[in-house]
Design a protein. Structure first.
Length: 344
């Protein structure tokens, strides 16, 4: 299948190549921010953001769930829940610094006396933080928010670790960086050989709707896969989690259904998933195949939860990039979103 690299006029490939660099520098910078702003753990930590500024919260929440002394909740716009109060904490995240929903929540936090941290590249949110006497956690700008996930996630995770709110050991950091570098090297070359990690997947998805499901921590990765396919490849995609999909969506996989010709089942299986979930993943794939669906399964090779999550996320980012080039579209522009913003 041909890939037209000339359509990547806005440089998404370089952004993907920078994934390991982003994580390396921002874990270090995040630790400094956390050390400079010590704080006791909140009752609940809310990551406040939209789109590419929110997905880092999903990654943090999926990792923190196993050990953090509080829940981490991702809040995507609208009024804060009624239970949020001064004993909780908000991490206000807007890569551009101009996200309307996040700025509105910042003002609501002041009125309700909820303490905040701010993560941004600048803009109005940085100015708001300065007005509140807060040190903004800064990341480099000049890219689409979704291309800054490494910086946004790693800055936050490093800061939370420095405060003692989550775990980040040297072994886990080393493993995560090695996994990112490995998947970046493997996927950055054009998928022309069968040995390429994405070759078979690109062929299978050529005319099919991607339906992506993750187990365990990789539910957050499935979300990222779908939104990257939306924004980079300009194609619809669906995501969900397993085992939840075994209680509803699996019923679509019946013999004779015309949807079998149109859809594909992609499973991202966390090696840490318990045995019953591993069995569910295997049987779900069998049910789908027997019904005529095209299926694909992967499990990350990294040794640690952080490495496995970032390896899987980066794999999906590269998938969406090559899908865009295969379709002859520039991965970066997001014309419908720009139209929506202009109308508001």
């Amino acid at each position: 299948m041909p890939f037209d690299s000339s359509v990547d006029r806005s440089g998404m490939r370089q952004n993907l190549l920078d994934w390991p660099l982003q994580v390396r520098r921002s874990l270090r910078q995040g630790r400094r921010y956390g050390e400079n702003t010590p704080s006791p753990p909140p009752r609940v930590l809310l990551w406040v953001g939209m789109g590419g500024s929110a997905i880092g919260g999903d990654l943090c929440a999926s990792l923190a769930a196993s050990h953090a002394p509080f829940p981490l909740v991702v809040h995507r716009g609208g009024p804060l829940p009624a239970w949020v109060g001064p004993e909780d904490r908000l991490l206000l995240v807007s890569f551009s610094g101009g996200t309307a929903e996040t700025l509105a929540t910042a003002e609501e936090a002041v009125a309700r006396k909820v303490p905040c941290d701010v993560l941004t590249s600048g803009g109005r949110l940085e100015k708001w933080a300065a007005g509140q006497g807060l040190e903004a956690w800064k990341v480099p700008g000049g890219r689409p928010p979704r291309a800054a996930l490494g910086d946004l996630f790693a800055t936050a995770w490093g800061a939370l670790a420095a405060r003692g709110w989550c775990r980040l050991g040297e072994e886990e950091e080393t493993d995560a960086l090695a996994a990112l570098e490995g998947i970046t090297k493997a996927c950055s070359v054009e998928p022309g050989e069968d040995s390429h990690p994405l070759a078979g997947l690109l062929t299978g998805l050529h005319t099919r709707l991607p339906m992506v499901y993750g187990t365990g921590r990789l539910g957050a990765a499935a979300h990222r896969w779908a939104t990257q396919i939306n924004e980079n490849a300009k194609r619809p995609a669906h995501w969900g989690v397993l085992p939840e999909m075994n209680h509803n969506e699996v019923v679509a996989y019946i013999e004779g259904s015309e949807w079998a010709r149109r859809g594909s089942l992609l499973l991202l299986v966390d090696p840490d998933s318990p045995d019953d979930v591993q069995t569910r993943a295997r049987v779900t794939l069998e049910i789908a195949r027997d019904a005529g669906w095209w299926t694909w399964r992967t499990s990350p090779a990294a040794a640690t939860p952080l490495g496995r999550l970032l390896e899987t996320v980066a794999l999906g980012d590269w998938l969406s990039f090559w899908m865009a080039l295969e379709a002859g579209v520039d991965p970066t522009p997001i014309a419908p979103i720009d139209r929506l913003k202009a109308a508001l």
